[in-house]
Design a protein around this ligand. Sequence first.
Ligand code: AMP
Length: 229
Amino acid sequence: MDGTTPTLSRCVNLVLLGPPGAGKGTQARLLQERFGLMQLSTGDLLRSAVAAGTPAGQAAKSVMESGGLVPDAVVIAILRDRLAADDCAAGVIFDGFPRTIAQAEALDAMMAGQGRQITAAVSLEVDDAAMVARVSGRFTCTACGEGYHDSFKRPGTPGRCDVCGGAEFARRADDTPKTVTARLAAYHAETAPLIAYYARRGTLECVDAMAPITTVSETLTAVVARTLA
Ligand code: AMP
């Protein structure tokens, strides 16, 4: 957040839906910078739990390596703890959560318990066939988290992050063609039904996420602005 971050007149809580590679993380980061909302990525929370060797991390590790979904109870518990923190009070972008109907129902209950609600659920619509290439080539700066891609977005100076100048980059262990295929299958079987779930609640917005990152970002900014109107 900087001096140009607009102050939101009411609490915005946004769910980003979409298969791996749709750009949920990238767009959540941009919204966080633009509006001061907190990005909550259950993938990031789970990777931290795995790295720390917590019981939740131990339960999640092999499932994540195979591209399947971590059990609802594990993910919901980890999300509930994080959501209770003060830095989530001004509004949240849920990135990668919920991924099942049970998680969506748990999220609704958690939000209601805090006197809050999901203001919009955005489905980032993409062409599945393009996702394996998108995900397989991606890497991030370990210092600032800026995302890059072997084909679509290389650093301006090879080996140096455009944003912070960092020289170390990381690739996720599950960003392999085989695992991405399993993650796409899990998305269609378990997560895509959430599109109808949020449509029934009147909170669904669909966005063409094959468009350039800046175009998608402008559309999402408009969605946030609309939910405030
Ligand atoms: P992501 O970083 O969102 O791509 O998530 C990476 C992996 O973490 C997924 O392939 C799942 O194994 C696991 N994961 C993340 N979020 C969830 C969730 N909400 N429910 C179940 N598994 C999850």
